[in-house]
Design a binder for this molecule. Structure first.
Ligand code: ZN
Length: 556
């Protein structure tokens, strides 16, 4: 037993990360909101479908041993050029199949997407085998060496076909458990089938009933994490094996690689130390407000916060408890939604506005292909996976956004965020394919977030004619900033804990007999939260968060 729910004194102690949460019960959601054409580091986004129908595909397109004499440097360049061209074509085919699936969900498109993914994995495996034979001695310059190094990192595609199949099945099985989990309502044993989306998410956000929140929190974990633990442990072995085949010591080493820092863990700790003073103030303030609301008998003035009353299943954003904790009750804050509705905005208007924003920064307008190919409104005639995302089709001209846009301020900002990804795609489109990605995994999101923050300022909204009166009152400002902090600042220690925990698992510092205990140790240390009920190693609370069964990196 791991005694981790006692009221110990809260002793607390990055990267801009962006959370994407779409837990569609039937289909595996897109897990990052842009689709880089270079899937080397986002290795799992392309293999994480629920279906297990991996059809064998006869791939005759790529014969790695034909046509290249790998000796003098000129031949290395020729090899890279050929791989660039072929890699781009293979990538386009795969991305197109994923797009077709996500914008028209049915069995046929799903099968096509799975097939395309498998073909792409086989192609990557061929590249990996080929480049392992290339001697770096004759490489003409560092850019070429870097291309070879990056091209030779193919993630799980380096596994043998049998191992890769097992790896994919383990992840699919975990995600099937996660995506199909449901619970019954508190004290209503016959009202069952409550799913994460929208039922449990709404309960966690809007219920202020302590018992209902505690019950929902616990039941979700009983139906997900507990059933995922054994599969997860098996997957860790294969994930580490794939990392070793890519010349890394383990998956933690592999996931750190794109940050290109030999001191990543120290960098992260330093970044967190910078944010910590603000987080501690926020934490203390929220604890006081929750104590006022739920009563001192339920909340100790010095203990960590119970994880179930913070408005979110994972306590990763606390913005849903704004209503019971806001500094200036009754003072509204910036929301231009009513004005957007009054002015009759359409989804297309929102995207035209986003385009204008970038043009005003002296950047280009969106190309014609973008407007013809994108889906900016939920179609009525077919099922679409609505998670907003930006897509690069790997051919230097086809870039699209998929978004079921609603007319509100949140989606106005999201549209700008997604379009920032498109601009980044367009700006690096002339690089070799292997370099067409963010400078590191945090970069794409950081740019989108920076643009989003600029768009949401009162000054800009006034210039759009969406805000008539200037908001001079500081109480309105403080309410707004407080709400932002509940979302953005709170998310930082959470994201940090998720991957700090996984790095410790991948590199063997923490064995399965300590999985859950270590999770709560870190959650208390960094987030200052504790589970509402006693936990043990029978529980596997990390597995109740999507990115753990999906095996997708969280630091970005
Ligand atoms: Zn994004």
């Amino acid at each position: 037993m791991c005694d981790i729910s006692n009221n110990r004194k809260f002793a607390t102690f990055v990267l801009l990360t962006r959370l994407v949460l779409a837990q569609n019960p039937n289909f595996q959601p897109q897990t990052i909101d842009y689709n880089p054409q270079n899937p080397n580091y986002n290795q799992n986004q392309n293999v994480d479908y629920n279906s297990q129908n991996f059809e064998p595909v006869d791939d005759n397109r790529f014969r790695p041993n034909e046509g290249f004499d790998r000796g003098p440097s000129g031949d290395v360049r020729a090899l890279l050029q050929a791989l660039d061209l072929q890699g781009s074509q293979e990538c386009t085919r795969n991305v197109a199949a994923q797009w077709d699936f996500e914008t028209n969900v049915n069995q046929a498109t799903q099968l096509e997407a799975l097939n395309a993914q498998q073909v792409y994995s086989q192609f990557q495996h061929g590249v990996w085998e080929l480049l392992n034979k290339v001697s770096l001695r004759n490489v003409p310059n560092s850019s070429v060496a870097r291309q070879i190094r990056y091209l030779s990192i193919v993630g799980p595609a380096a596994l043998s076909p049998d191992q890769l199949d097992r790896y994919n099945r383990l992840i699919n099985d975990m995600l099937a458990i996660y995506n199909s989990a449901s619970i019954c309502a508190l004290k209503e044993p016959f009202r069952c089938g409550l799913r994460l989306q929208p039922d449990l998410t709404n309960i966690m956000a809007f219920s202020r009933n302590w018992d209902e929140l505690q019950y929902t929190w616990t039941e979700w974990r009983r139906n997900t994490g507990q059933n995922i633990k054994d599969l997860f442990e098996q997957m860790i072995g294969l994930s580490n094996e794939a990392a070793r085949l890519n010349n890394f010591t383990d998956t933690a080493d592999y996931w750190s690689f794109p940050f290109e820092s030999s001191t990543l863990s120290l960098d992260l700790e330093d970044a967190w130390e910078d944010v910590k003073p603000l987080y501690e103030l926020l934490h203390a303030y929220v604890r006081r407000k929750l104590r006022d609301y739920y009563g001192p008998e339920r909340l100790n003035r010095q203990a960590p916060l119970p994880a179930h009353i913070l408005g979110n299943m994972w306590a990763q954003s606390w913005s849903n408890i704004f209503d019971i904790s806001q500094p200036y009750p009754g003072q509204n804050f910036l929301d231009v939604t009513p004005e957007m509705l009054k002015q009759g905005y359409t989804p297309l208007d929102i995207f035209r506005l986003a385009e204008d924003f970038f043009v005003s920064l002296n950047m280009s307008a969106m190309p014609l292909d973008f407007w013809q190919g994108s889906v900016v409104e939920e179609p009525l005639d077919r099922v679409v996976l609505c998670q907003p995302s930006a897509w690069d089709f790997c051919n230097r001209r086809d870039f699209r956004i998929k978004m079921c846009t609603n007319i509100n301020m949140k989606d106005l900002i999201t549209a700008h965020h997604e379009m920032a990804h498109i601009h980044y795609f367009m700006l690096y489109k002339n690089q070799p394919k292997v370099f067409r990605d963010g400078a590191n995994p945090a970069f794409h999101e950081a740019i989108g977030e920076a643009v989003g923050l600029s768009v949401g300022t009162p000054k800009h909204l006034q210039s759009l004619g969406l805000l008539q009166n200037s908001v001079a009152d500081s109480s309105v400002d403080i309410n707004f900033l407080y709400l932002m902090a509940l979302d953005k600042v709170v998310f930082l220690p959470f994201a940090y804990v998720v991957d700090k925990w996984r790095y410790d698992v991948f590199n063997g510092n923490v064995g399965k007999e300590q999985y859950n205990c270590h999770w709560w140790r870190l959650s208390e240390q960094y987030m200052g939260i504790k589970p509402p009920v006693l936990r043990s190693e029978k529980d596997f609370d990390p597995g109740a968060k999507y990115h753990i069964p999906a095996n997708i990196p969280y630091l970005r």
